[in-house]
Design a protein around this ligand. Structure first.
Ligand SMILES: [Ca+2]
Length: 410
């Protein structure tokens, strides 16, 4: 594979090398997070869901042990207004709620961002009831050996864990909370924003350089947060899927921020990553978190009826049948606006890797680090960290020295 080297990328690599050198000189004590330049951050996406059920204290702890700089709690609200870490308001896929007879009557249909879904919704449960549930691994192909073992944590418990691990490890670890479905939560009278800021204030983390990034797929609540806090904010940018030629497809509810649906603003998520869109984002946020294919997409060979060819011949058609395309200008354009770029989500299963990287997930990470990303969301922190070590060894000679002599901050 040929990487398309751009002048900007060269600049970023030089900056990374200088920062490593500077960091070594300054010593570990000054290495606070978040860091808006220098070696890319590894964000433990939902904890360590490649190994343990998503959004559990055990999963976050494992991600930290594997080297994550940040862990990512997604946030939804309970009936009594407590922020808990779950990927969806609907608990059916990530907990054992459906198997507990006393909660059977809670099953219902709810409308989330305009789409009807059936299940058990966090806003129908008190925190005490949530604590009776146990987490399960939602992805069928992953290890289910820990299903039913771990509780659902509150944001406060996640922060306490991260603070304890920061002391234990002697390196700063941060949180990267996502406000899930902010418009939906507001409509329930359970708005997430002030609750989150109250928790950050309680933790002593509601200030500019706190080890915190707040992320959202909506725009209006980030604008609201910008008025209320100086904590770093990140605009997430989604899409529905990938077309065979590598262009992104857009269909509800993944076509645009839901607050645009409500306000009647036309457009697509992709509008946020044009130069004009990035300039707008820069008025209220500090970074963007795009689906990784906005930065470098993949394409497949088309066979009958527009379907992708099973290029690796395993009988399945998925990401493993696609090859890598040249990178876009999104990283350069975002950096030109002073925005950091943290793409998602990196996963190690072969079915999630392009043809060039099968069996070697570190290659995909290295490719994105070479593009100049400032961090990335990974389900498999150990591979993200290993890929980063390879990247730093190649581009920052001083990294070798600090590994031997001490003083490496990441
Ligand atoms: Ca295949």
């Amino acid at each position: 594979m040929t990487l398309h080297k751009t002048p900007h990328r060269t600049h970023r690599l030089a900056a990374a090398v200088l920062t490593v050198l500077g960091t070594l000189a300054a010593g570990a004590a000054q290495a606070g997070l978040p860091q808006l330049s220098g070696p890319p951050l590894v964000i433990g996406h939902r904890g360590a869901p490649g190994h343990l059920p998503d959004h559990t204290l055990e999963g976050y702890a494992l991600a930290i042990e594997l080297g994550a700089d940040f862990v990512e709690p997604d946030l939804v609200a309970t009936k009594d207004g407590v922020l808990i870490a779950r990927h969806e308001p609907n608990l059916i896929a990530t907990t054992n709620v459906a198997s507990i007879p006393k909660f059977a009557s809670r099953k219902r249909v709810a409308i989330v961002d305009g789409a009807a879904e059936e299940g058990f919704f966090a806003s129908d449960f008190t925190l005490a009831e949530i604590k009776e549930l146990r987490a399960v691994q939602p992805m069928a192909q992953r290890d289910h050996g820990f299903d039913g073992e771990y509780k659902i944590p509150t944001l406060r418990e996640v922060i306490a864990l991260v603070k304890r691990k920061t002391l234990e490890k002697g390196r700063t670890i941060g949180i990267y909370p996502e406000t899930k479905h902010p418009t939906y939560h507001k409509s329930l009278g359970l708005a997430l924003e002030d609750r989150l800021l109250d928790e950050l204030t309680l933790a002593g983390w509601n200030y500019r350089n706190a080890p915190v990034f707040i992320q959202s797929f909506e725009t209006a609540n980030l604008r609201e947060l910008r008025q209320k806090t100086r904590v770093h904010l990140v605009q997430l940018v989604d899409a529905d899927g990938l077309n065979p030629d590598g262009t992104l497809s857009f269909a509800p509810p993944y076509d645009k921020p839901y607050d645009w649906v409500v306000s009647g603003r036309p457009g697509l998520f992709s509008d946020l990553l044009t130069p004009a869109g990035l300039a707008e984002v820069a008025t209220y946020a500090d970074g963007v978190g795009p689906w990784k294919y906005y930065l470098q997409s993949t394409a497949c060979k088309v066979v009958a009826q527009g379907a992708c060819q099973d290029a690796n011949g395993d009988g399945l058609v998925n990401e493993a049948d696609r090859t890598v395309l040249p990178p876009t200008a999104v990283v350069a354009n975002a950096h030109a606006q002073g925005l950091v770029v943290h793409p998602y989500t990196f996963r190690s299963e072969d079915s999630r890797l392009p043809l060039e990287d099968l069996g070697t997930p570190t290659r995909e990470y290295q490719r994105f680090y070479e593009l100049g990303v400032d961090g990335l969301f990974s389900d498999f922190t150990e591979s993200a960290v290993a890929g980063r070590s390879m990247y730093l060894l190649k581009h920052a000679p001083a990294y070798r020295q600090c590994l031997v002599k001490g003083g490496c901050t990441r």
